[in-house]
Design a protein around this ligand. Structure first.
Ligand SMILES: NC(=O)c1ccc[n+]([C@@H]2O[C@H](COP(=O)([O-])OP(=O)(O)OC[C@H]3O[C@@H](n4cnc5c(N)ncnc54)[C@H](OP(=O)(O)O)[C@@H]3O)[C@@H](O)[C@H]2O)c1
Length: 261
């Protein structure tokens, strides 16, 4: 029970990876509040976890006033927030950058980058007042290497890594520390539809030195570790959880030479 008496707020916790995190925090004794844009998903979450210390709010992280109101309601109901998980995020339509529509670019930046900063500032200022807090943001491995089609997503996620380092410098002396995770491709969440196709799973597994996609459980375990006291000295850092893909080259020189080319 690592999170007994702790209060956790997870953005985008109504479904996907965020919901799996919510379940794991609840199982380890925490009170959990989540949000998401979809009203029905928020209501479903509340219904599913009835009788537990779980709350769900409808709201868009890119709307500053909505997030201010959500934070006020969370503090009124649960008294404090010890841990903020910046999980909510969307991916852009995968197209070459020359064809990227301005609207698609802006939407990803508005949600993933601006919305995550708004949420971090809104909860962070309350954490600074209470003298303690831990903020864990979900970045992505595509912020670390070139991956065609992902430009606004990669920019937004690299922005979260920079935000994590900057705010750790600014806020740590007030008791608020931050870290981030850059995961590889996970077998769940936004990939739910794609992983039904074996050819897709095999393609990504083949690109990963470890030979498979990450499980949802592996991401959840990393998040809970980083949110726990065991990781208290990890501050300002982004932990890469990618099965080795970031360091991977499709064909090394030795492989090339071994083929007698
Ligand atoms: N799955 C992967 O392979 C993978 C890999 C690396 C990083 N990540 C990151 O992990 C995080 C979770 O992804 P996922 O795979 O669980 O995606 P998902 O299944 O699409 O879930 C995303 C969650 O975020 C919420 N959300 C989206 N935009 C929002 C907004 N503007 N305000 C509030 N909530 C919002 C969604 O709810 P509503 O639609 O109702 O708003 C949903 O609950 C994302 O940041 C993603 O970039 C995922």
């Amino acid at each position: 029970m690592r999170f007994q008496n702790k209060v956790v707020f997870i953005t985008g916790g109504t479904k996907g990876l965020g919901k799996a995190m919510a379940q794991a925090f609840l199982a380890e004794g925490a009170s959990v509040a989540v949000n998401g844009r979809n009203k029905e998903a928020a209501e479903k979450f509340t219904e599913e976890f009835k009788g537990r210390q779980a709350l769900a709010f409808e709201g868009d992280i890119s709307d500053y006033d909505t997030m201010e109101a959500t934070a006020s309601r969370v503090y009124e109901t649960l008294g404090k927030v010890d841990i903020l998980i910046n999980n909510a995020g969307i991916v852009n339509p995968l197209v070459p950058s020359v064809k990227m529509k301005k609207e698609d670019f802006n939407k990803v930046i508005d949600i993933n980058l601006k919305g995550t900063f708004y949420t971090t500032q809104i909860f962070g200022k309350r954490m600074i007042q209470q003298g303690s807090g831990r903020i864990v943001s979900i970045a992505s491995q595509v912020a670390l290497f070139g991956e065609k089609g992902f430009l606004p997503y990669a920019i937004s996620k690299s922005g979260l890594m920079v935000m994590t380092r900057q705010l750790a410098y600014e806020w740590s002396k007030s008791g608020v520390t931050l870290c981030a995770v850059a995961p590889g491709f996970i077998k769940g969440g936004m990939n739910e539809a794609l992983i039904k196709k074996e050819v897709f799973v095999n393609y990504l597994s083949g690109r990963t030195p470890i030979g498979r996609m990450a499980t949802v459980g592996e991401l959840v375990a990393t998040i809970l570790f980083l949110a726990s006291d065991d990781a208290a000295y990890i501050n300002g850092e982004t932990i890469v959880m990618d099965g080795g893909m970031t360091g991977y080259t499709s064909e090394g020189l030795l492989d090339f030479l071994s083929k007698g080319k």
